[in-house]
Design a protein around this ligand. Structure first.
Ligand SMILES: *[C@@H]1O[C@H](CO)[C@@H](O)[C@H](O)[C@H]1NC(C)=O
Ligand SMILES: *[C@@H]1O[C@H](CO)[C@@H](O)[C@H](O)[C@H]1NC(C)=O
Ligand SMILES: *[C@@H]1O[C@H](CO)[C@@H](O)[C@H](O)[C@H]1NC(C)=O
Ligand SMILES: *[C@@H]1O[C@H](CO)[C@@H](O)[C@H](O)[C@H]1NC(C)=O
Length: 408
């Protein structure tokens, strides 16, 4: 009896200490200690790369630039601060300055005025909210001027993103006549061949609704493709003018959307298949989608941070800025096959940090990336909740021990 007592208390101790480490916040690590990352939610997948862009503490760069009133000056504007000249920015994002003059002339869409993307409309701004949740954020601005609409867009340098789980902590504000968006994009000659998955907020819409679409959502004949799109009411009474985490998981079979961790849409139809680029923009052209903005009015997409997990392939096309195509990261791909440490950006208590959720090896399944869409097996090894999975193994065991010692 005494011996059993000792053994069981030892086991209980073991259990308690194990439970304690499992329940406590998982260990925060740097990205070089992670060979892969597992997302959570109904469409959980592994990814090999992680990048976090934090615009919350950039007071040294903060300032709202005056709107440039003339078209040429707008598209040829300089960066609004050194932040947008830093490697952190230019290694990852390309600020755009294109305009829609050719589209307008050809009548290829129903834009009713000139739209010009300007580097002057992307800037770091001081957060003057009451109880501000950051010192600063990144603002993308669009405004209707007498001769045109000035707008903002930045694109990923990487063109070979092949699946991505991206989150932005953002809000949209301003007058009707603008669209704010984050999206995957792969261009094509024919409308029907474009591959694109969008989150869009139209400032003419009710404050509670956002739109998710796997483009194209219309045909060249002007017919709608209703299966391609979802009009979603934000959860828990949120409005798009509130700060919220907008998350898009583009994966082999579907694109799943979350708002503040809650799944709000999943679209399989026309799910983009091939390596793509990632975009953010804030624009209006007087067409039927954005609507018409009144002169002198403005709208904004404001972003505190962007957190993304992704895979990258060689199958990239030339870079949009004319630079050399990216090199295939052979090492990252090979290491992912081994994956000694599975990490998470979801299970962490602090945004932007990465935690270990499993130290085990993934085994055979993960070595091949060929079988598009067959990730279910690998995900189920760990379960969606990573570390909690192990705890459940202890429960029958501890019950058996306590029954054995007559405690129950
Ligand atoms: C992912 O995990 C975090 C932290 O536990 C949670 O807040 C979030 O709601 C989860 N998201 C999904 C889609 O399950
Ligand atoms: C990302 O790449 C890894 C390693 O090749 C692979 O195991 C994983 O399934 C890929 N993720 C997606 C969403 O395709
Ligand atoms: C608009 O773009 C065209 C090329 O598509 C270019 O020739 C023109 O100079 C641009 N306009 C402005 C105002 O920058
Ligand atoms: C979404 O639905 C609301 C009504 O519930 C409507 O006012 C809004 O225009 C719709 N948005 C789009 C993009 O269709």
């Amino acid at each position: 009896m005494v011996i059993i007592g000792h053994v069981s208390s030892l086991l209980i101790l073991l259990f308690v200490s194990s439970a304690a480490t499992q329940d406590a916040s998982p260990q925060v690590v740097s990205d070089d200690q992670c060979q892969c990352y597992l997302t959570n939610g109904s469409n959980a997948h592994y990814f090999t790369k992680h990048k976090f862009f934090d615009f919350r503490s950039l007071s040294e760069y903060a300032g709202v630039p005056e709107i440039i009133q003339d078209p040429w000056g707008s598209s040829h504007a300089h960066a609004t601060s050194d932040f947008f000249l830093s490697d952190q920015w230019t290694d990852n994002w390309v600020t755009q300055s294109w305009n829609n003059s050719e589209l307008l002339e050809s009548g290829a869409n129903d834009a009713s005025y000139l739209l010009i993307n300007s580097p002057n409309n992307i800037y770091i701004e001081a957060n003057r909210d009451e109880d501000a949740s950051s010192d600063t954020y990144l603002t993308m601005r669009t405004s209707r001027l007498p001769r045109f609409q000035t707008a903002a867009e930045f694109e990923s340098v990487a063109t070979g993103l092949h699946y991505i789980s991206v989150r932005m902590f953002a809000r949209t504000r301003g007058a009707p006549g603008a669209v704010t968006a984050m999206f995957t994009y792969r261009g094509a000659e024919e409308l029907a061949d474009v591959q694109e998955s969008d989150l869009e907020i139209r400032t003419m819409d009710p404050l509670e609704t956002v739109q998710y679409t796997n483009q194209p959502s219309y045909t060249v004949d002007g017919d709608d493709v209703p299966e391609a799109t979802r009009n979603v009411t934000l959860p828990r009474g949120l409005r798009w003018t509130d700060w919220a985490v907008y998350r898009m998981d583009w994966t082999p079979m579907t694109t799943t959307h979350y708002v503040d961790g809650e799944e709000v849409a999943a679209i399989n139809f026309q799910n983009p298949r091939d390596p793509s680029q990632f975009f953010f923009n804030c624009w209006g052209d007087g067409g039927s989608w954005s609507g018409v903005m009144r002169r002198g009015h403005e709208a904004f997409l404001q972003i505190q941070w962007i957190d993304m997990l992704y895979n990258q392939t060689t199958k990239s096309t030339a870079r949009s800025d004319g630079g050399a195509p990216e090199q295939f990261d052979v090492l990252a791909e090979r290491d992912a096959g081994l994956c000694q440490q599975v990490c998470s950006i979801d299970q962490t208590d602090e945004v932007g940090t990465t935690v270990v959720i499993d130290g085990g090896s993934l085994g055979g399944d993960e070595d091949s990336n060929e079988g598009d869409g067959d990730e279910g097996g690998a995900s189920s090894i760990f379960g969606v909740d990573g570390h909690l999975h192990h705890l459940s193994l202890w429960i029958p065991f501890i019950i058996a021990v306590t029954i054995g010692t007559g405690l129950i």
